[in-house]
Ligand binder design. Structure first.
Ligand code: CO
Length: 150
């Protein structure tokens, strides 16, 4: 396992659309282990593969509900709205106010390729939406109504 360095805003890799994962192999598992170690060390709520320079549809989320790995995640449904502060490990020293759905339903695959459905709400739903945006080259600063330096 290794801590990976996190790409910062301004790097074009954060603006690309990521490719689906097709091989659920040791290379994917190594990436996930590294992303887990990195998000925990950085005390982030989540991390997406493009943030470590990998253009694949892989995210990890680490919130009060626990640590989750989502491969090829798809937002199937969303309800309600929440407005609150958000930050990003690729946008150091800033936070912003972003509106997100209050509840989401997600389909995804685990590291072995098994398909799952998940319902999330509150901050967990916010973290999922933030990380999924990364897979399509979208950053929270694109959606924020207000941004402040920390
Ligand atoms: Co982010």
């Amino acid at each position: 396992m290794a801590i990976r360095s996190i790409v910062q805003v301004g790097d074009d890799v954060l603006r690309q659309k990521c490719f689906p994962v097709e091989a659920f192999d040791e290379k994917l598992h190594a990436l996930l282990e590294d992303m887990k170690e990195t998000v925990k060390k950085e005390e982030g709520a989540g991390l997406a593969a493009p943030q470590v320079g990998i253009l694949r549809r892989v995210v990890v989320v680490d919130v009060d509900n626990g640590y989750f790995e989502f491969i090829n995640p798809v937002l199937l449904d969303y309800k309600g709205e929440q407005t609150g502060w958000e930050g990003c490990l690729s946008v150091r020293g800033k936070s912003g106010i972003v509106s997100r759905p209050m509840k989401v339903t997600l389909s995804y695959q685990d590291r072995f390729g098994e398909k799952h459905l998940l319902k999330a709400k509150g901050f967990f739903a916010r973290a999922i939406c933030h990380e999924l945006d990364h897979l399509d080259g979208v950053l929270y600063i694109d959606k924020a109504t207000h941004i402040e330096r920390n």
